[in-house]
Each structure stands twice: as structure tokens, then as C-alpha cells.
Write a protein that binds this ligand. Sequence first.
Ligand code: F0G
Length: 393
Amino acid sequence: MKPESELSCLACRRRYPASQVRYRCDCGETLEVVHDLDLLRQRVSREHFDRRLGSQSLPDRSGVWRYRELILSVPEEAIISKPEGNTNLYAVGASEPSGLRRIGRYVGLERFYLKHEGENPTGSFKDRGMTVGITQARALGARAVACASTGNTSASLAAYAAQAELPCLVFIPQGQIAYGKLSQALAYGALNLQIAGDFDAAMRLVQQACQELDIYLLNSLNPFRIEGQKSIAFEILQQLAWQSPDWIVLPAGNLGNTSALGKAVREAQALGLIERLPRLAAVQAAGANPFYQSFQTGFAERFTVQAQTVASAIKIGAPVSYARARRAIEQTNGLVEQVSDAQILEAKAVVDAAGIGCEPASAATVAGAKKLVERGLIKPTDQVVGLLTGHLL
Ligand code: F0G
């Protein structure tokens, strides 16, 4: 019998059982979860997910587990959820009848929405991946969990690990993460290890530590994290009554989210939930732009950089999910843009002044959308959803 879900290599397509603790193929490339879409087509529909919207009970009430058939097959009682998701989709177009319109006017869009993932329990979209990653960690019998982080991942992992009663280690670049994020990881009881190096160094170290010490790795290298983060796209599509926007714009660092959104919209289309694919626009800080540079070469070359930007959450020079994100951009006819720190800070001031607020990495979305409208790549009449990935605090 064909398994419902398996792990598949992005490069050589080799398959592994989903129950195996494994983050890379033997060939070294990253893995993704592949679902039996023929089976799923018989099980899910727009109406199926819409019926769950009114429910007061878990897992339906979670903005992640509402879509569980497309995410992770696990007994309902095994799910570790707070719940998460159900974040606002703010209408911020240029003619909206409130102060939110100043964002649409700034960007130059009439039909502009901001999905605020900072409204998740620990303040970022990472909670969507972590509820799934921690649930899988428990299902696999993990004895401890770990991640490297620019801040948000560590806050999220620490909170979910505490709920699951799993010991948690976080590797953070010394002096390069925001205090609000660090204080969450500390308060939730994680063991914080400050690395004398940047995020990329912490990422290398945590992979080695997990392998040598038999600890479950919960960076977005872990394919189950990506499955949870797909729910951002499912929720956007459901909030728009299953009509795809023309574009989804998001900040890009380690490229997990770009991968997740690409996979989600592809699956939604294959399952008949949407008719056409939205295009993805991934936005990098100009000082941390390896993916942008690759895009400029038509993905002929892969780059790494020494990252430097005020947006510490996306200060990443060697993104792990390159192959998965490249495919997301190619398959959605998407593009990659870069913005300067000055453009990020200016956009942040506009979002903050409208009373929504976000962290600098999230403001890259708004700065990037503005630049793409100015360059004529996004039309002023296009319907655009921008992702605010983290909370102002
Ligand atoms: N926005 C915020 C607020 C983030 O925290 C991150 C990543 C990103 C965007 C980039 O997303 O890596 O999927 O491309 N933060 C990670 C962390 C790296 O450790 O919290 P990505």
C-alpha cells in the first residue's frame, strides 16, 4: 500500500519513511514531506475547511490543525497546540475608510492586505511550524529538542517544548538577537547557548550537536516545520473565500517560509481548493541577499554572504532552504527583491504609525511591495497580500 506521507529529496527524489528522524537525504540535499494527493482530493474541499471555522474545540480551532489532513497525520490527542494561527488579515488598501489606508497609499496599492503573523502566541509565524514540529518530536519519541535562532524560532520552540515537557536547547548568535525574543526563551526555561558567531555559525553548530547528541532538530530544515507554516497560505486563501490574490509578498531569510508558502499554494491548486496560483515575491535585506543574487543569475549560481542588516531576524547569509525556496519561486512565476535598511526602517515607521506595528524583518515586506510597484512588476490594480512575520515588540 502507498503510504499517506513520505519524505522526498529535493534533488534525487529518493524517498524515506516519514517516521524516520532525518533532515537531509543521503545525497546531502534537503527533504520535503510529500502527501498522497489523490487520497487527499477525496477527503478535503473548501466546504470541509469552512465547516470547521465555527468550531470551539481543538484541533479545528487552531489555524494550523484546521487543515490537518494537508499537514500531518497524527491522532488528535497527540497534538500539542496553544492553539495558534487565526491571525488578522488587515485591509490596508489606499481607499480603505480608516487610517490603515496610509499603508496602501505608501505602497501604491488599492487592494492591499497585511496578514499579521505577529499575532501568534509567541509573537511570530514560527508557532505554526513549531506546533507541528513538537507534535512530531513527541510522536518520534525525541528526548530533547534544539534550534539555532535569530530570536523568534527560539522563543517559539521554548514555549512549545515547555508545553510538551521536552528539554530544549537554543543556539543564538551573541548580541545579535532582540531582547524581547531572548527573554521569552529564557522565561520558558530553555537552555540558551550564546555562540561567538553569527546565525549561520549557530546553524552549523546545532546540526552537528543534534547529530552527535541524538537531539531532535527544529529549525526549518526540519520538513515538518515547513508543513505547519503552509497553514499561513491556507488561512489567507480561506480568508479571501478561496480566491487567490495576484501576489503574496514576504520577507526571506533562511527561506523556510518561502518554501512553505510555495508548497501550500501548489498543493491547494492540485487539490482544487484554488483555481490559479498566486505569485510569490520574496524580499531580502540588501546586506543579507544571497537568494536575491541567485535570482539575478536565473538561479544558475548559489551564493553565500556575510550578512549585515538592521533586520536581525533575516540577517542570514547561507540560507538552508535554498532548493525548496528556488522551486517555490520558479513554480509560482515569482521573483526575489532586495531592499535597503533605510527602506526597511521607513516602511516600518509607516506600518507602526497606522496602529498595526511590526518588527523590522516584517517591514521588508512593505518596503519590497512598494519597490515592486515602483518598478512596474506589481501593478497598482493587483490584489496583494503582504506577510508581517513578527510582532512589534
Ligand atoms: N521574519 C521573522 C520575524 C523571522 O523571525 C524570520 C526568521 C523571517 C522573517 C525569515 O523567515 O527564515 O523562513 O526565510 N527567523 C528565524 C529565527 C531564522 O531564528 O527566528 P525564513
